[in-house]
Ligand binder design. Structure first.
Ligand SMILES: NC(=O)c1ccc[n+]([C@@H]2O[C@H](COP(=O)([O-])OP(=O)(O)OC[C@H]3O[C@@H](n4cnc5c(N)ncnc54)[C@H](OP(=O)(O)O)[C@@H]3O)[C@@H](O)[C@H]2O)c1
Length: 248
């Protein structure tokens, strides 16, 4: 059960896992800020779906790696609903290359969105959570941040960085009744990163997953709702892996 009247900001919620998280939180009665970077039509569709189902949502454009944009997105949530209770740092990109071919730009872009973006949004949301003496921050990391993956040194570093960030901030704000946790999804078929892989690579990956299937974005969203619930009030600084047993 989620406490009534809550407001969430989900970054990168125009599609994929973020869109499922936004829809699921809205179905649980949470008002949701649906952040996107460039895909305004897709974000508008997520908002329309939520509204049609009787929920409340607003689409909020902004590049989370920009300090001004991240601050602006948080400000818009507060202007719209007067409070914020939940932040889901989901926005993420990949620029996959083997190390020797990885450019400093490939490195910087992934770190900027996947790690700096989470830092900025958390920094701008946290004062409100602390003041309320209640709040939830959920960082979407990845199993790649725990186990590594060839061709993803930048992404693995960013996602591992999110784990350290989660644990440090969890310790900082625990006494204010704010929990900070990370999810580490494995391979999630959500119309995004996994679906873009070549068929042969997908087949090889499936062979390594004990459950023999990819996960769904809805399965990730259920874990977010659990971590936002009253039942999860004593869980903080943790990383929950959702990977069908991949790195068990
Ligand atoms: N799919 C998987 O198997 C998997 C596994 C482990 C972890 N993850 C993590 O889960 C998250 C979502 O993955 P996904 O597969 O659903 O990704 P996706 O389908 O590629 O969607 C990425 C989302 O992030 C947004 N975004 C990108 N850059 C942004 C920026 N600078 N500022 C704000 N929003 C930005 C995109 O907005 P636009 O539509 O406007 O571009 C989009 O809404 C990511 O953090 C990813 O690393 C995914």
């Amino acid at each position: 059960m989620l406490a009534p009247g809550q407001v969430a900001l989900v970054t990168g919620a125009s599609r994929g896992i973020g869109a499922s998280i936004a829809r699921r939180l809205a179905a649980a009665g949470v008002k949701v800020g649906v952040n996107y970077h460039s895909n305004s039509d897709a974000a508008a569709q997520v908002v329309a779906d939520i509204t049609a189902a009787g929920g409340a949502a607003a689409s909020l454009g902004g590049d989370v790696s920009s300090e001004a944009a991240a601050e602006g997105v948080v400000k818009q949530v507060l202007e719209q609903w007067g409070r914020i209770d939940i932040l889901v740092n989901n926005a993420g990109i990949t620029r996959d290359r083997l190390l020797l071919r990885m450019s400093p730009d490939d490195w910087d872009q992934v770190l900027a969105v996947d790690l700096r973006g989470a830092f900025l949004c958390t920094k701008f949301v946290m004062p409100h959570l602390i003041r309320q003496r209640r709040g939830r921050v959920i960082n979407i990391s990845s199993v790649v941040g725990l186990s590594g993956n060839p061709g993803q040194a930048n992404y693995a570093a960013a996602k591992a960085g999110l784990v350290g960030f989660t644990k440090a901030v969890a310790r900082e704000v625990a006494s204010r009744n704010v929990t900070v946790n990370a999810l580490a999804p494995g391979f999630i078929a959500s119309g995004g990163m996994v679906d873009a892989l070549p068929e042969e690579t997908r087949r090889q990956i499936l062979g390594r997953i004990p459950m023999g299937r990819f996960g769904t974005s809805e399965e990730v969203a259920e874990a977010v709702v659990f971590l936002c619930s009253e039942a999860a009030g004593y869980i903080t600084g943790q990383v929950l892996t959702i990977d069908g047993g991949l790195i068990a």
